[in-house]
Design a protein around this ligand. Structure first.
Ligand SMILES: Cc1cc2nc3c(=O)[nH]c(=O)nc-3n(C[C@H](O)[C@H](O)[C@H](O)COP(=O)(O)OP(=O)(O)OC[C@H]3O[C@@H](n4cnc5c(N)ncnc54)[C@H](O)[C@@H]3O)c2cc1C
Length: 471
């Protein structure tokens, strides 16, 4: 496999990574040269891989763990995202479809606990990741979106769970500082983070716990035998007892995963730092906000007074494969800027300083799935976080650590170890169909923004879309 280094220089990295790398002042781990032996080899230095490594080190400190990262830790989605550390409460209905109600409740609670644990971990390990537990405003920016949360709230009420608080229009306005928000609900268990500071902090914590990390070291291939796994890299080889693949959207290279994975771009912009202007808008510091469209708009203030504003449902990767365009300048940058300015008209004159885009691994049922690759009990993977991985990757780390250590505990037997029931169509139908569905989605959402009803055909086509930020 060719190296998937995505950025030629640090200036081309997302704002978050630029900020952190500047602070670090250059601290790359050298590439692996020669042959190495570890007990567990993890491939992919994002949140999922690093939480897995840290969890193994906590559970069994004598187990030798090595992480291979093709670029630098955080170079994937973990250093490029919106920084919403969310729970699985908005996805409760989907959880319940695939497991018992008790299991669904347990997992949703675990995802909420994960957000708090991330904050605690940062405190205990002196990670300055701007963790702000200010909650999430799930809102509507046109009348068609109003009440999008009703079914979720009803479903949750039927099992006695009340993670969301319904808000008056006035409260919505006061919290989010925008008259574009017509209604909404608030979830207190959500936090915002500076994601690159978190992932680089996890890297330091992992190293401190004895984990070995090799950066600029792409896994080329691996071979499994009765003795173990051999992972080849350009400068040598790692022998391990267990292999854990946490390469996120890059896992689409394996057919058995690609059948359940859709890789889509997400586009992000960031403004200049204008803390006084943000204060005058009245946006609650750290509050995460998203609207209720499928091509979701997500936005949050940063601790240094910028707005980071993103839009999901972007470019489609052919055969779900990663390609450079998914990490290039956002095609929809002008649209995202326009949406930001319409949402916060009083900030229209604030300069846009950064734009970037990244790949999101949507599973066919919008929740992650975990398993073993090629029927080998030595090769584990976790993927499909579907635009909601900042918080849930902590849970993913617990699952993968237990799997790699062969533990039959709550995590080693989690119902998230599963194959999604829906398989996506093969190429070229997948990409062609994806383009048709996305065109229909654009048409539907633009009609709704103009207060018009989309045609029935357009609505029917959009229902084929398996990806969802919530629901
Ligand atoms: C623009 C954007 C906005 C998002 N916003 C949010 C949000 O606000 N909230 C939220 O919860 N989620 C969000 N997400 C999703 C979230 O970022 C991911 O779910 C999460 O970061 C996944 O972490 P990961 O460790 O699984 O993957 P990654 O961080 O992508 O890590 C995978 C790593 O594997 C490495 N790799 C790939 N191939 C190889 C190889 N062959 N050998 C070695 N290493 C390899 C890559 O370089 C990469 O560093 C967003 C994603 C994007 C792209």
């Amino acid at each position: 496999m060719a190296s998937n280094a995505k950025y030629e220089s640090s200036a081309a990295r997302p704002l978050w990574m630029q900020q952190v790398l500047e602070r670090e002042g250059g601290d790359d781990r050298p590439p692996l040269q020669g042959d190495e032996n570890v007990d567990v080899c993890i491939v992919g230095g994002g949140f999922t891989g690093l939480w897995t490594a840290i969890r193994i080190a906590e559970l069994e400190p004598t187990v030798r763990v090595g992480v291979l990262e093709s670029d630098i830790c955080g170079a994937g989605a973990s250093g490029a995202n919106g920084g919403f550390a969310m729970t699985w409460w908005p996805k409760f209905a989907t959880l319940k479809k695939m497991m018992s109600t008790d299991d669904a409740l347990r997992l949703a609670m675990a995802s909420e606990k994960a957000v708090a644990e991330i904050g605690r971990f940062c405190d205990n390990n002196h990670i300055d990741a701007d963790f702000v537990p200010a909650g999430w405003l799930w809102t509507a920016t046109n009348s068609s979106q109003l009440g999008s949360w009703n079914d979720t709230i009803k479903d949750l009420a039927s099992v006695g769970a009340t993670p969301f608080r319904e808000l008056s229009q006035r409260e919505v306005l006061e919290m989010g500082g925008s008259e574009r928000h017509l209604g909404g609900v608030f979830e207190a268990g959500v936090a915002t983070v500076q994601p690159a500071a978190l992932v680089r902090g996890l890297r330091s914590a992992a190293i401190a716990a004895g984990v070995r990390i090799w950066e600029k070291t792409p896994m080329l291939d691996f071979n499994v035998s009765s003795q173990g796994v051999k992972v080849s890299v350009p400068g040598g080889m790692v022998s391990a007892d267990q292999l854990v693949l946490t390469t996120n959207a890059w896992l689409a290279r394996y057919k058995e995963i690609r059948r359940h994975l859709l890789v889509l771009g997400s586009d992000v912009i960031a403004t200049d730092a204008v803390p006084e202007r943000l204060a005058s808008v009245g946006w609650t510091p750290g509050l995460a906000i998203s609207d209720s469209r499928r091509m979701v708009h997500y936005y949050r203030p940063t601790n240094d007074g910028r707005v980071v504003f993103g839009k999901g449902g972007g470019r489609l990767g052919f055969r779900a494969h990663m390609n450079r365009s998914l990490w290039a300048t956002p095609l929809r940058g002008p649209q995202v800027i326009d949406q930001f300015r319409r949402t916060y008209p009083t900030l229209s004159d604030v300069a846009i300083t950064n734009t970037w885009s990244g790949a999101v691994d949507y599973s066919s049922d919008s929740l992650p799935f975990f398993g073993t690759l090629g029927g080998s009990e030595r090769v584990h993977y976790g993927v499909g976080f579907s635009g909601n991985g900042v918080g849930p990757s902590y849970v993913g780390g617990q699952i993968l650590a237990s799997r790699a250590l062969g533990r039959d505990d709550e995590w080693g037997t989690s119902p998230m170890i599963r194959t999604p029931q829906t398989a996506l169509p093969p190429e070229p139908f997948r990409t062609l169909g994806g383009h048709v569905v996305r065109a229909a989605m654009r048409s539907k959402e633009s009609s709704e923004d103009q207060g018009k009803n989309p045609s029935r055909l357009v609505r029917r086509i959009t229902e084929l879309d398996p990806t969802s930020f919530v629901g």
